[in-house]
Design a protein around this ligand. Structure first.
Ligand SMILES: [Zn+2]
Length: 352
């Protein structure tokens, strides 16, 4: 049987422009006529590709972030017969077609509450009266890691006053501190990452900025608390410290107050810094946040933990003035020319 007989739809089958474009990206070119709309020019989709399209557009595309965590508002499975969700008129026929040819039904997803931040240690971190207890657990239950001097990492700066001066790449001085995830008015932090794209993204440059990058390495073993690791714990998602920490670092500025207290406590306990998941991890790795399998977090499923750890792009936060203190060496300084910016994107529904 030839490959083309497996196609069940094509990008031309759809009315919604976002769905058409996503279908063009996931489909294959083929000169055969589409078995559904009979056009030849569309990108052809197998059932497998159409299910991928349904997940990308309707599930990921309807992902709604909450203060901590988030969840899709639409899901589908093959136990539903379809017609449950009132899609806007422009999307209604497209959704019905996918339901019919794939034998699935879309439905409004009521997320498990842990996905939208109902996680006990996370709630205790938000409560001033219980925060210290959880921070104590974080310091004790996460592993320590040191970086080998051969491990290079980077700091990118916009228009430093003296680009070839090593001091320009140390932590920002008191007076301009207090805007980042961990630093405070009286607490200096040097942010760096082994992932250059994350560094560039985090420095929020615009086209006219002059960028410089310092290549850095540690000069001696530093004590870093590794918050990108998944600690061993035998609990549900609702009680998980790991999920709490993961959500904390995927949250925006409202979470900084908690992160700063974790950092100062780690410093008081003798740590030189933290390794933590980048806020941009999900953009860098291109996967849906808070991945689940049958309602369970993939982070709680042993077979997936290594993958989940690998999907967390690390950032480093070093306390104090580590370059001035001789803990970190400036190995090289380069001018950085942004030659091209590319975005990966896909689409989702509106008004449901
Ligand atoms: Zn078609």
């Amino acid at each position: 049987m030839s490959q083309q007989n497996n196609f069940i739809a094509c990008s031309c089958c759809f009315t919604d422009q976002g769905l058409r474009l996503d279908a063009q990206m996931l489909g294959e070119s083929s000169a055969s006529a589409c078995p559904n709309c009979h056009k030849k020019q569309g990108a052809k989709l197998t059932k497998e590709a159409l299910l991928r399209l349904a997940h990308q557009y309707f599930v990921w595309g309807s992902f709604h972030r909450t203060e901590y965590g988030g969840a899709p508002t639409i899901e589908f499975n093959n136990r539903r017969s379809g017609g449950e969700v009132a899609f806007p008129p422009s999307l209604s026929n497209d959704a019905s077609l996918i339901e019919k040819v794939c034998g699935i039904g879309f439905f409004h997803y009521g997320p498990r509450l842990w996905m939208i931040g109902e996680v006990e240690p996370l709630k205790q971190l938000q409560d001033q009266s219980t925060r210290d207890t959880i921070i104590h657990r974080i310091i004790n239950e996460y592993p320590e890691k040191s970086l080998d001097p051969g491990n290079l990492f980077y700091r990118v700066r916009k228009a430093p006053a003296v680009p070839d001066s090593h001091g320009e790449y140390d932590s920002p001085p008191i007076g301009v501190t207090g805007n980042g995830r961990f630093d405070a008015e009286d607490f200096r932090v040097l942010y760096a990452s082994p992932d250059l794209e994350v560094c560039v993204h985090e420095c929020r440059f615009s086209a006219e900025d002059e960028l410089y990058v310092a290549t850095l390495n540690t000069t001696k073993p530093l004590r870093l608390l590794n918050l990108t690791s998944i600690p061993k714990e035998d609990v549900t998602e609702f009680e998980s410290l790991d999920i709490s920490i993961n959500m904390l670092f995927l949250a925006r500025q409202h979470s900084y107050e908690i992160a700063r207290q974790i950092a100062t406590r780690a410093r008081d306990e003798g740590f030189d810094g933290l390794i933590y998941p980048s806020y941009f991890s999900q953009l860098r790795t291109g996967v849906i946040p808070l991945r689940t399998t049958y309602g369970l977090s993939n982070r709680r499923i042993p077979e997936y933990q290594e993958i989940e750890e690998a999907l967390s792009v690390p950032n480093y936060a070093f306390f104090g003035q580590p370059i001035d203190e001789g803990k970190i060496n400036v190995r090289c300084i380069n001018k950085m020319v942004i030659s091209r910016v590319e975005y990966g994107f896909h689409f989702g529904p509106v008004g449901i």
